[in-house]
Design a protein around this ligand. Structure first.
Ligand SMILES: [Zn+2]
Length: 404
């Protein structure tokens, strides 16, 4: 099964803009309510049964069940009778909101490093999903959204042939509203086989990534755009919060942000193709970049978008080009010598050079790590560790749209 997500800019009427805003507001209130319900349930269970919490908590009966997805979905159906404004939003749309809460909480229980789920402010809640579509919902330059009707879009690219639209997502950005259409095909994804040439990639600290041959930095224009963004953000601090000038500047910052994100994505796609030109097999570390970015590497990794490159763009491009992609064990890649295989001990973050005490091999630290990752990948392929490879059974998901 293949899933492609195409993105189109929406050209909404005034009436539709009001409707989108209403959707966002109601969905957000449902999200926050469902989140609060879970949070207070959890908090009511924090202190022991025979005493009270120091902080005041809701008292929730001991036998009350955890408000999981099924319970909340039932409660939502009941709530609709009482709060009629909930009926203004497509019912499945609201269910998707509860699924989002559910996913945020499940992710948190699975990987606590990612942090506790949050309440959503207007800035953090920008999209809603229609999981089921009407028949013949695609027209030239327009689409039919359930409960909303025909909406005009900018047909920046043709719909893919042989694919069925499965889901709409309306996203609000600084530059307007966008529609993401998930297209699905039952076609089998051909399985890529390991080839001869291999490279390993290490997420660099000085550079964006390191390969066994070179350090690749992000391009100058991206860095200068980021600098521009920083200057604007500094200016924002001096303005009175909520004032007209503050709002104006914030709008401008949001647009620059979007621009940076677009050009970064464009560059990352080109980089992925460049890497695919060089090798048949590409190996990366199995790092959870989301929690990684919360720690030591916070700043750079958020600026560079390394996670989405390693885990989304690269596997997608590899798959398209018939190259073999595999994630290998991430542990101690910086503590091993790529020349003699000896363990060289922990390096400080400031130590940029790998210098082996055993064989005297000297090299950039990141390039050494990239070689280790490559070697591990080659070993793994030899032992046919294939479960994470991009191929059969793996739905490839990525937004395919040309940045402006
Ligand atoms: Zn050595």
């Amino acid at each position: 099964m293949i899933i492609y997500t195409y993105q189109y800019k929406i050209k909404p009427t005034q009436q539709q803009i009001r409707q989108f805003e209403q959707y966002l507001n109601i969905c957000r209130s449902v999200y926050n309510f469902a989140h609060a319900e879970r949070k207070s349930w959890l908090e009511s269970r924090k202190s022991q049964v025979d005493r009270c919490s120091i902080i005041s908590e809701y008292i929730i009966p001991a036998d009350a069940t955890y408000p999981g997805y099924n319970n909340q979905a039932k409660a939502l159906t009941l709530a609709k009778k009482k709060f009629t404004h909930l009926k203004l939003v497509n019912a499945q749309c609201l269910q998707q909101v509860l699924k989002r809460v559910d996913k945020a909480w499940n992710d948190f229980f699975k990987i606590p490093d990612r942090g506790f789920p949050r309440f959503k402010s207007k800035n953090r809640f920008r999209s809603f999903i229609f999981p089921q579509l009407l028949k013949n919902c695609l027209g030239q330059g327009k689409v039919k959204i359930p409960s909303i009707g025909w909406v005009r879009i900018r047909q920046s690219r043709a719909y893919p042939v042989g694919f069925v639209p499965k889901q709409f997502q309306v996203v609000k950005r600084a530059s307007g509203y966008y529609l993401m259409i998930a297209f699905q095909s039952e076609e089998k994804v051909p399985d890529a086989n390991p080839g001869k040439l291999s490279i390993g990639l290490d997420a660099g600290i000085e550079s964006f990534i390191a390969t066994p041959k070179e350090l690749i930095k992000s391009p100058k224009y991206l860095r200068s755009q980021l600098r521009k963004l920083k200057i604007l953000q500094r200016r924002l601090k001096k303005k009175t919060k909520g004032s007209n000038n503050w709002l104006k500047l914030q709008k401008r910052i949001a647009i620059v942000h979007e621009k940076v994100a677009n050009s970064r994505k464009d560059w990352q796609f080109k980089l992925a193709h460049y890497l695919c030109d060089q090798a048949d097999n590409i190996f990366v570390e199995d790092i959870d970049y989301k929690s990684w970015s919360k720690g030591l590497f916070c700043k750079q990794s958020l600026d560079s978008g390394i996670g989405s490159f390693m885990h989304q763009i690269l596997p997608f491009v590899c798959w398209k080009r018939g190259k073999y992609y595999l994630q290998v064990d991430k542990n101690y890649t910086s503590q091993e010598c790529s020349n003699c295989g000896e363990f060289t001990g922990k390096k400080k973050l400031s130590e940029r050079i790998h210098n082996c005490q055993h064989c005297g091999h000297t090299e950039s630290r990141d390039i050494n790590a990239a070689k280790i990752i490559r070697n591990r990948g080659i070993t793994a392929v030899g032992h046919t560790v294939r479960e994470k490879a991009c191929g059969v059974g793996l739905a490839v998901r990525f937004v395919l749209s040309k940045p402006k």
